[in-house]
Design a protein around this ligand. Sequence first.
Ligand code: NDP
Length: 265
Amino acid sequence: MRRYAVVGKPVRHSHSPWLHRHFARRTQREITYAALCPATTFAACCDAFFAGGGSGLNITLPYKGEALAYAQHASAFAQKCGAANVLKREANGELRAYNTDGSGLLRDLQHRCGGVAGKTVLLLGAGGSARAAAHALAAAQPAHLWLHNRTYTRAQELAAACGGTAHGTPPAGAQIVINATSAGHADGITLPAEIFAAAELAYDLSYGAAAADFMQQAQRGGARHTADGSGMLAWQAAFSFAIWEGVLPGAQEVARLLRQPAAPR
Ligand code: NDP
């Protein structure tokens, strides 16, 4: 039986064990999936897991950067993002790092609004997940990719890296507005209502209560549709599963379950 796990700190809140056990049942794969919180270092935790025969890991905060450095090889996309959320042990024992956050986001945007090609997209934030989002969005050929971040220099750096345009204040006129800040986990972020006036979709990478304030501001500002990041979460897990097990499970059903008030874990 192949062994997988998610590594993070904290990790108790993670939906990944439930998601992957669900995918395994659906695809009739025999796997185990655990949640690991390093007692000492990230590397020591991974060393022990792979020495014990583990096949692959998901990586969550705060270890996505360390995961990239830990692997011997990395996908081009993970290298661009400077972060990995998937490690896979290859047949020769070497580890390869991947980042499925970007493909998870694009897949959910495809489902929600037909994708970003030819559209103007405003991305808020320039942290780890914004980096993955920006590189994935840029590759999906939007008409314009506008970036705004509280710390402007980080937006400039990200714009230079992915080919977008940095804005000191969030501009109006985007058809898709994406919140990739972590503000919803703290005091929130107050945005100018006009940035939502032309939006067909306002999307928050956060999910559950952390996305509520952004989605309410978007609705008040005139966004036609709003969504939280539960679909992205489900699809990044499905793409991880595909890397390990060679089969891509459907993730729409689990995304719907994750949106319920008492989401399964
Ligand atoms: P980081 O800590 O790497 O980045 C945080 C970002 O939020 C920075 O750009 C920071 O700006 C900005 N920020 C934080 N507080 C505020 C504030 N009060 N006002 C304005 N901007 C603020 O976080 P991540 O990128 O890892 O995560 C961001 C969000 O994405 C989280 O809510 C996380 O849950 C979610 N996420 C969802 C995933 C999914 O699958 N749906 C996957 C990964 C993440 P500054 O640079 O100025 O500090």
